[in-house]
Design a protein around this ligand. Structure first.
Ligand code: FES
Length: 283
């Protein structure tokens, strides 16, 4: 049995703001009856402030409690404040949710996001993310069993620091039925953390630090790998993102991944230092 906080039990037994708002200024939906959970949220907005919020939900006790507390959290808040609410905030307000029930808080967040997108004056969500094209790409369905898009998985990873497929399943349901999408989910997790690492490196490394890091990676990671198969690497020069090297022999890592020696070196430096690095082989 799952352990529920007193607040979850209270909101499940006495849900606040249940129902529908006629002439709502914004309506958002998330989940679907086919998936076993669904939520519709109605907002009344005046002068940029949420003056009323109601919900209708079909789902478990955690879904009811998440929806109920969400309405309490947003009434009286400005649109700007509401936009900052995450599924983690919803779960925190409830005093926590069991990991297997975190998807209920995600459903609340998604319904709210949908309502804000539909709000007439709400135009800047894409500006905030500044990734319109990437978002379009992430609209594609990853988990067909539950109709979960890449966008939803990406946001859940980002907001909750999810690291494993199991955690993504707990937060979004994706992967929780036939399991065919688990490989795709792992790819999304890998891509997210690679991107995060890249952004961290880009924002924090000075040119001098970058040179030191390239040297370290060559010495501690690349060279030992090449030496296993009698290969070798000599760093000749670094000019911005161009890394000039002399290469000799092969490496076991290259053979396993079918990469050329130069491609192996470039991939390792891109993964660990900077995605813009280009390796140039010199005589
Ligand atoms: S496709 Fe995701 S669980 Fe079936």
């Amino acid at each position: 049995m799952w352990d529920y906080s007193d607040k979850v039990i209270d909101h499940y037994r006495n849900p606040r703001n249940v129902g529908k708002i006629d002439n709502a200024d914004a309506i958002g939906e998330a989940g679907s009856l086919a998936c076993g959970d669904s939520l519709k949220i109605y907002l009344k907005i005046k002068d940029g402030i949420v003056t009323d919020a109601k919900f209708q939900t079909f789902g478990c006790g955690s879904a009811v409690a998440s929806s109920s507390i969400l309405t309490e959290m947003i009434i009286g808040k400005s649109i700007e404040e509401v936009k900052k609410i995450t599924n983690k905030d919803i779960a925190d307000q409830l005093g926590g949710l069991p990991p297997e029930k975190m998807h209920c808080s995600v459903m609340g967040y998604e319904a709210l996001e949908d309502a804000l997108k539909n709000y007439d004056d709400y135009t800047d969500l894409d500006d905030i993310r500044n990734e319109e094209e990437a978002n379009k790409q992430r609209e594609k369905i990853v988990c067909t069993c539950f109709g979960i898009t890449e966008n939803v998985i990406w946001d859940a990873i980002k907001m909750n620091g999810l690291k494993t497929v199991e955690e993504v399943t707990n937060y979004t349901k994706a992967g929780g039925a036939c399991g065919k999408c688990k490989g795709l989910i792992q790819d999304i997790i890998d891509t997210y953390y690679k991107k995060e690492e890249h952004e961290k490196n880009e924002s924090t490394l000075t040119p001098a630090q970058k040179i030191i890091k390239i040297n370290n990676v060559i010495e501690k990671q690349i060279s030992p790998e090449l030496m296993k198969d009698g290969g070798d690497i000599t760093l000749v020069d670094i000019d911005g993102n161009k890394v000039m090297v002399k290469l000799r022999g092969k490496c076991s890592g290259c053979k396993n991944s079918h990469l050329t020696l130069k491609a192996f070196v470039e991939k390792t430096l891109k993964d660990t230092v900077d995605l813009n690095i280009e390796v140039v082989e010199v005589e």
